[in-house]
Design a protein around this ligand. Structure first.
Ligand code: AHM
Ligand code: MG
Length: 355
């Protein structure tokens, strides 16, 4: 916690800039523009329950304007906040099939922005937290316009990543590679204030988070690992608790603050998504950067997420993130599970493994 200091996100971003002597202020202004978009989306999310009263998407509201679905609103708001600042050369969105060029009439910059405008949008109807995820890379190809190759960079090249969680309060969490910092929106002032300075994820946790309805689609190692964490943990006298919101931003946020593990493994029996569900560029890489910067780990089970060379904009990956010890243990199940067999691994207390 920040210990009573009052620090706005603008000031924090400026101070982060001074850690990068080569920075010319472009990057700072880019983040400021994103913050504005986040505030606008937060404002609309707060009104989401009123959609039945105010009108449905495709219909007109009382002013005769077309009412947008919230995910469409979020998509357009980020684009409109970011297209003209002169910081970006290209964008990519989870909601848009191809790369998003910067309109001809605006100046181009040296950065690439990838975003998931409204993660977990199927949860809006039931008043559950949703979020926005963003990633920033440097342009790597020559020329003025950004290209697909500029978007297909591994997560090790990330310059910044963050998310906004629209929950019981609105929080923005970001990293530029100098730790992870969280800001809470004071809605009366419209300011994000530093509330969680230098977040560190606990090395272990007591929570696992996975869509257990997919049990029959999992690989043996995941089944064995989940069976393992359901056994009595001698340090607590209890098994791990299951928490699953179904919005990555919210599940990752809880994991960041409380520790534990979040898993969306490969759905190897689901032909629609044999590589897992979550998107490498828009979801896995930014979350991996944040979690690693906080001292945690992010893996597919066999490979560090950030070292994957992306092959396509909407590529999916298995994603396992969380406390370093928990993620390492999962990786051991993947490495050794098939040779020793799930039953040989079961029977050891959670957080430890035989052998
Ligand atoms: P979305 O981008 O369509 O919202 O889907 C991504 C969401 C994540 O936020 C969440 O972790 C996951 O889908 C939940 O999937 P499932 O409902 O299969 O458990
Ligand atoms: Mg999403």
């Amino acid at each position: 916690m920040s210990g009573g200091k009052i620090v706005t996100i603008q000031r924090h971003i400026m101070e982060e800039q001074s850690l990068h002597p080569e920075a010319r202020g472009d990057f700072t202004r880019l983040l400021w523009d994103l913050v504005v978009a986040g505030k606008m989306i937060a404002r609309e999310v707060r009104k989401a329950g009123l959609i039945d009263i105010l009108g449905q998407a495709g219909y007109q509201n009382v002013q005769g304007e077309e009412v947008q679905k919230l995910d469409e609103y979020a998509e357009k708001t980020i684009f409109r906040a970011m297209d003209h600042g002169g910081h970006l050369c290209v964008m990519g969105s989870e909601e848009v099939p191809d790369i998003i060029p910067i309109p001809e009439k605006f100046p181009k910059g040296h950065y690439v922005l990838l975003y998931d405008p409204l993660d977990g949008s199927s949860n809006i109807d039931v008043n559950v937290s949703v979020g926005t995820i963003f990633s920033v890379y440097r342009k790597k190809t020559p020329g003025i316009d950004g290209t697909l190759d500029d978007c297909l960079q591994p997560g090790t090249e990330l310059v910044a990543a963050g998310y906004i969680v629209y929950g019981s309060s609105t929080m923005l969490v970001y990293t530029t590679g100098h730790g992870v910092h969280g800001f809470t929106l004071d809605p009366s002032m419209g300011e994000f204030l530093l509330s969680h300075e230098n977040i560190r994820i606990p090395p272990r946790g007591k929570i696992y988070s996975i869509n257990e309805g997919n049990y029959n689609f999992w690989d043996d190692a995941t089944r064995a690992y989940v069976k393992h964490v359901k056994q009595m943990d001698p340090s607590t006298g209890r098994p791990y608790s299951l928490r699953y919101i179904g919005t990555l931003v919210a599940d990752a946020h809880r994991t960041l603050l409380k520790g534990g593990i979040f898993l969306y493994p490969m759905d190897y029996k689901d032909p629609k998504r044999p590589q897992g569900k979550l998107r490498l560029l828009y979801e896995a890489n930014p979350m991996a950067f944040i979690i690693e910067q906080a001292g945690g780990a992010a893996t597919t089970g066999t490979q560090r997420i950030r070292e994957i060379q992306p092959a396509a904009l909407h590529q999916r990956v298995p994603l396992i993130i969380g406390s370093a010890d928990e993620v390492r243990l999962y990786e051991r199940f993947v490495r050794e599970g098939s040779s020793t067999g799930p039953s040989a691994l079961a029977g050891t207390p959670a957080g430890q493994k035989a052998g």
